[in-house]
Design a protein around this ligand. Structure first.
Ligand SMILES: [Zn+2]
Length: 488
């Protein structure tokens, strides 16, 4: 009857989790702190319940970047991996301004070594949340109507939980796999990842165990309507960021007697020229292939254009305006340039010595950030305004001619014979590029099912994921890993 011995702390935690899960009293015998507790035989929590509990806990370990503070949540995950009997480690990363520390969680489920490892990658930091726009505290970890609500539930702690449970479930089954599975949950993705995945790839590449494949955020299963076939979007390439700062200098002082060269108007004039820059349409082969794959799902009117995007965008003005009206589509066929951060005076009656703005440009693959910045400088055309680079990566794609891609295709077909698998380009970016640079085949794909509009919570208010989705995600990821093993 006695199945396990716990010390009081973990017993209390287990008790709380079970009580929450089963809405029932805890079966532990009462004991004072420090006593050894002996629980009676308890039913194990169902997978969906464990997924929900871990995600709620992870949301409550606040890891807003900046400053990050990811160490507590990384430590929590390392504990979960070890509980499941896996080799795991907390990997310190540069701390910056973080008070609680920054770190990655790493774990390994060993295979026979016949094939090179598969990395399951996610990130632990989240973007800030504006409490006023939410219907609940973004960091309380709330469960409502079958959903988990909280910052990071989709991006990306929900991914972390799916990957973690796929690993621990596989460990439990003790199936002989040909390749190691590596769990890696990193800090700093939301700020570009240089102090997270970038740091680890540079300083601790041994953690990747010479991996062949990697799965991370960036794609999933979209349900366009109840009748339409599910679309399995697998991100194989990303646009590359080219971030810059534009700074105008001017005579500082009291704003009651403004000079001709005040910094703020000078900046505004420069930004006005920048925002008028035209960005020509260019269809890269990956985008041509992506829309060709989507053509069978398009309306009769749009299907021919999807099937041959490059041609129709040039020759069919009606199609072009319909296509470009959808901003996520428009972003796939040209560079974009967005003015975001603005800084000027701190007071109404003060002339600042400098006024500045950040520009977020996203470039099509194989375009150079330095060349693009030169274009921006030319558009600015003012020697008193500096344009400085902030962040850039080049873009590299992953081939779809791999066993992992085929494994995803087969699992998609098995789950729904109508499923359409689409290799896509992402208009945003993830940490995948750090790993593609090492020659790892990296796909942005986590099996989560989303209806139109459900992804709005990413970086927005009331971010949420259904518990069904977490559970189905774990089962589907396991199916993909087992299918990969079979195809190898
Ligand atoms: Zn993310």
């Amino acid at each position: 009857m006695i199945i396990q011995r716990f010390f009081s702390e973990s017993a209390r935690l287990a008790c709380r989790q079970l009580a929450a899960a089963l809405s029932a009293g805890c079966l532990l015998s009462g004991a004072a702190a420090g006593d050894e507790l002996i629980p009676e035989e308890l039913p194990p929590l169902p997978l969906r319940e464990r997924a929900a509990q871990i995600l709620l806990e992870a949301i409550r370990l606040v890891s807003v970047n900046p400053p990050g503070d990811e160490a507590p949540v990384a430590d929590f995950l390392v504990g979960k991996l070890r509980e499941a009997g896996l080799e795991a480690a907390l990997i310190a990363t540069p701390d910056g301004d973080s008070k609680l520390g920054r770190a990655a969680a790493w774990g390994r489920l060993p295979g026979s070594g016949e094939r090179r490892p598969l990395v399951l990658l996610s990130h632990l930091d989240v973007v800030p949340a504006n409490r006023a726009a939410w219907t609940t505290d973004p960091f309380a970890g709330i469960r409502r109507g079958g959903f988990i609500i909280g910052r990071g539930s989709l991006d990306a702690k929900g991914v972390t939980v799916i990957q973690l449970l796929a690993m621990t479930e596989l460990a439990k089954r003790e199936l002989p796999l040909k390749r190691d599975l590596v769990f890696l949950a990193t800090p700093d993705e939301e700020k570009g990842g240089l102090d997270g995945a970038g740091y680890l790839v540079r300083e601790r590449p041994g953690l990747l165990l010479d991996a062949e494949y990697l799965l991370t955020e960036g794609g999933g299963v979209r349900l366009l309507s109840d009748q339409a076939p599910p679309v399995w979007g697998i991100s194989v390439i990303e646009k590359s960021p080219c971030w810059m700062r534009v700074a105008a200098r001017g005579t500082p002082g009291h704003s009651s007697a403004p000079p001709r060269d005040a910094a703020v108007p000078r900046l505004i004039a420069a930004l006005d020229r920048v925002r008028r820059l035209e960005h020509p349409i260019r269809v890269v082969p990956e985008v041509q292939r992506m829309f060709a794959a989507l053509a069978p799902l398009a309306s009769a009117e749009d299907a021919p254009g999807y099937a041959d995007l490059a041609t129709f965008l040039t020759t069919d003005p009606a199609f072009r305006s319909r296509f470009l009206a959808e901003r996520s589509q428009a972003a796939l066929v040209r560079n974009t340039l967005t003015i975001t951060v603005l800084e000027g005076a701190l007071s109404t009656n003060v002339l600042p010595v400098e006024a500045s703005a950040h520009l977020d440009a996203r470039l099509l693959p194989f375009e150079r950030c330095d060349v693009f910045i030169d274009r921006v400088r030319q558009a600015v055309g003012d020697t008193g305004v500096r344009v400085e680079p902030l962040l850039s990566f080049h873009s590299r794609g992953s081939t779809i001619d791999t066993a992992l891609y085929r494994a995803i295709e087969r699992v998609a077909a098995a789950s729904d014979p109508r499923a359409v698998v689409v290799p896509r380009m992402l208009e945003g970016f993830t940490d995948a590029h750090f790993f593609r640079d090492l020659g790892i085949h990296a796909y942005g794909f986590v099996p989560r099912w989303h209806r139109a509009g459900e992804l709005r919570g990413i970086h927005g208010p009331d971010e949420r994921i259904s518990i069904d989705n977490l559970e189905r995600g774990v089962h589907t990821l396991i199916a993909i890993i087992l299918e990969l093993d079979r195809l190898d």
